[in-house]
Design a protein around this ligand. Structure first.
Ligand code: C5P
Length: 222
């Protein structure tokens, strides 16, 4: 029997990771946050002042980047060349650049290839933008999440200010719409709803309700 793959895609700050994590915990699947990988690459680019317009520099940087997930902690850690960067990649400085970096063809090819390699391991839940369309077009279950822009901005604002980041609601709103625009209009694997995806608008749903909907979908096809 083949490994089971659940793909969760959608706009920025829709709560994809929250649902994906809860699902993975419940089903004992491996959770993979593909956005964290693009954020790690972005952090590397910022730290090393990589010229994004220079393909040579981009390829050189990619060859030097090793990303690992350490799942055996309460919160999955993400390592960039051995360094724990789990917190740093959530900062605004990274969010502001990540969609530009993620639109680079060479970056996408490298990340998609790494994500596809994880398939051989175990049952997985992966969240991102192009998982059901490009990374695993044959995923067993595809969810496409949305929520109203104001709900999304409020959630992200609360999350950032709780961590002590000095941001305004306007900056958060601006960043979300900026990323959604670039993510949906880029040439290489843009954010798209897969035709066979189940749409989940969670503007008015609790986390438990969302989990129940996705679990029901899973049990109905399992
Ligand atoms: O999921 P998260 O919001 O952390 O992702 C950060 C950014 O990474 C997205 O705005 C998008 O530009 C990029 N991304 C992507 N493809 C994925 C996951 C994330 O392009 N599969």
């Amino acid at each position: 029997r083949h490994n089971f793959i659940i793909a969760i895609d959608g706009y920025s700050s829709c709560g994809k990771s929250t649902v994906a994590k809860a699902l993975a915990k419940k089903l004992h699947f491996v959770f993979v946050d593909s956005g964290a990988m693009y954020r790690a690459v972005t952090l590397y680019f910022l730290r090393n002042k990589v010229d994004m317009d220079n393909t040579e520099s981009v390829l050189q940087a990619l060859a030097d980047i090793h990303i690992d997930f350490v799942p055996n902690t309460a919160q999955t850690q993400i390592l960039l060349n051995g360094d724990d960067i789990s917190e740093e990649i959530r900062q605004m400085a990274v969010s502001e650049k990540v969609s530009e970096v993620s639109a680079i063809k060479e970056v996408r090819h490298a990340m998609v290839a790494q994500q596809q390699k994880l398939r051989s391991r175990r049952n997985i839940v992966m969240d991102g933008r192009d998982i059901g369309t490009t990374v695993f077009p044959d995923a067993d279950l595809k969810i496409f999440m949305t929520a109203s822009p104001s709900v999304r901005a409020e959630r992200r604002y609360a999350e950032l200010t709780a961590k002590g980041e000095d941001v305004t609601m306007e900056e958060v709103q601006e960043n979300l719409s900026h990323r959604d625009h670039i993510d949906s209009t880029r040439e290489e694997s843009p954010l798209r709803q897969a035709e066979d995806a189940l749409i989940l608008d969670n503007s008015n749903l609790t986390q438990d309700q969302q989990l129940e909907i996705v679990l029901n979908a899973y049990y109905s096809i399992k």
